[in-house]
Design a protein around this ligand. Structure first.
Ligand code: ADP
Length: 163
């Protein structure tokens, strides 16, 4: 069984992330969306909120699981028996970063883990969580960037967080 992990901060999840999730769930037998719990960077949305939002979006897929993790990705992958990392590629800058990370992860896993890069769809390739956070901060319209089903959750949460 080909089990892949799609790791990220998903702070918050965007249409671009969802596109990669949907497409990779067709390629692999099972996809684990792994939400990185970064101890040094708190982020805008608490981890449990991010997991809850993504879970709501993937409810209808029976081969997608959503979990949070801490520590090294290769160690987490052992716990879910996965050997493939899926990453999304938007622009050249992503490639430079992912190339280095993929070598690191392969070395760290004694050649057990492979990284597969999936090209972002053109219509979403300019979307990033950081720009969504910035738009939220200035009370702008996020409807073109975030899945419709969670817009209310995102708006409610960001209002309470910004006081
Ligand atoms: P961001 O870079 O938006 O803050 P993450 O750190 O959560 O997001 O990214 C997780 C993965 O999703 C990375 O591989 C990243 O390149 C990919 N990704 C992010 N946004 C998009 C998008 N719009 N289209 C395709 N892949 C994306």
């Amino acid at each position: 069984m080909k089990i892949a992990v799609y790791p990220g901060s998903f702070d918050p999840i965007t249409l671009g992330h969802m596109d990669i999730i949907r497409r990779s769930a067709k390629v692999f037998d099972k996809l684990v969306v792994a939400v990185l719990c970064n101890v040094e960077k708190k982020g805008l949305f608490p981890i449990e909120e991010r997991v809850a939002m993504i879970s709501k979006l993937v409810e209808k897929y029976d081969n997608i699981e959503v979990v949070s993790f801490q520590g090294l990705l290769v160690d987490f992958m052992k716990t879910v028996d996965a050997q493939i990392i899926v990453k999304g590629l938007r622009v050249g800058l992503d490639f430079d970063y992912e190339l280095q990370m993929s070598h690191m992860n392969r070395k760290l896993s004694d050649d057990r883990v492979e990284t597969i890069l999936m090209m972002a769809s053109t219509e979403y390739s300019y979307i990033s969580s950081s720009s969504v956070r910035e738009i939220l901060h200035f009370k702008g319209d996020i409807r073109s960037f975030v899945p419709e089903e969670i817009i209310q959750d995102v708006l409610k949460k960001s209002e309470t967080m910004e006081g």
